[in-house]
Ligand binder design. Sequence first.
Ligand SMILES: NC(=O)c1ccc[n+]([C@@H]2O[C@H](COP(=O)([O-])OP(=O)(O)OC[C@H]3O[C@@H](n4cnc5c(N)ncnc54)[C@H](OP(=O)(O)O)[C@@H]3O)[C@@H](O)[C@H]2O)c1
Length: 293
Amino acid sequence: MQYVTLNTGAKMPMMGFGVFRVPDLKECEDSVYEAIKIGYRLIDTATAYHNEEAVGAAVRRAIADGICTREDLFVTSKLWVTDMSNEKTAAAGIDASLERLDIGYLDLYLEHQACNDYFAAWRAMTDAYKAGKLRAIGVSNFYPNILTNFCECVEVVPAVNQVELHPYYTQEHGLMAEESAMDVMHRYGVVPEAWAPLGGGRYNPFEEPDFLAIAKAHGKTVGQVLLRWNIQRGVVVIPKSTHVERIRENFDVWDFELTPEEMVTISSHDMGYSGSRAKHFEPSFVRMVLGKE
Ligand SMILES: NC(=O)c1ccc[n+]([C@@H]2O[C@H](COP(=O)([O-])OP(=O)(O)OC[C@H]3O[C@@H](n4cnc5c(N)ncnc54)[C@H](OP(=O)(O)O)[C@@H]3O)[C@@H](O)[C@H]2O)c1
């Protein structure tokens, strides 16, 4: 396992396990427990995934079974936009996450979207960070102009920005702007974390000839190559699967290294924009996230 150091000084594992779209609580708990058994130490959930209870239960079970300690784990959750109307609602949202997880504290808590009053919500997150309830605080889906304004204006700079990051959307090139999302994160010392590192089921990287050739050269799978590519460029990955063989496969990326040429070949598939439904610059997407449309 490799780790990256956050602006808090804490070490964050570069490989984690995501649980988006795992609404069945038993399936979620069992998948997280299996993932911890396999060696994952970072788990990524959110208020909006409605499975924080299951993640907390899996963590408690793994600790009770002696697989790891609480300190070995790095658990992340996120504040949903409906809790981000003001400091009071945000503080209540944070406490509700902590209560549902029931694992003492959170290693990282993110604002899920740059929607509603994200400055007021950040003040509540800063208070919870100072109180030790949240060991680090960060953001998600904060695009370059929004992240720049935010980092320049807040008291505590976000430790992490979790955004869509895979070979079809590398975020290495600015869209009609000089600085890309990756440039801005590097400038402010914000660690990039990839959601949909395998394409999230919205793309089909698994049959891409370039990726298949690189995978064959290393005796690895396309999924392992895509995860390794992000890790090698300093991006934390949190692939999701509810199949134990894939959970194991996705974690097995520590015994090979992509060459600089292979890194460039993989990055050359960048489309420069998100091909998913989550188009954060679209006004209709913002209204949908806010529940107005
Ligand atoms: N902050 C945000 O706005 C945001 C948005 C989206 C996601 N996230 C986080 O990021 C995590 C990962 O993103 P994601 O779940 O959208 O996408 P992902 O991890 O890129 O892809 C998951 C999909 O790939 C399949 N899969 C997993 N491993 C595979 C393998 N080795 N070979 C072939 N297929 C494989 C999974 O199917 P099976 O489960 O059937 O194996 C699932 O359909 C989420 O779980 C969540 O924690 C955050």
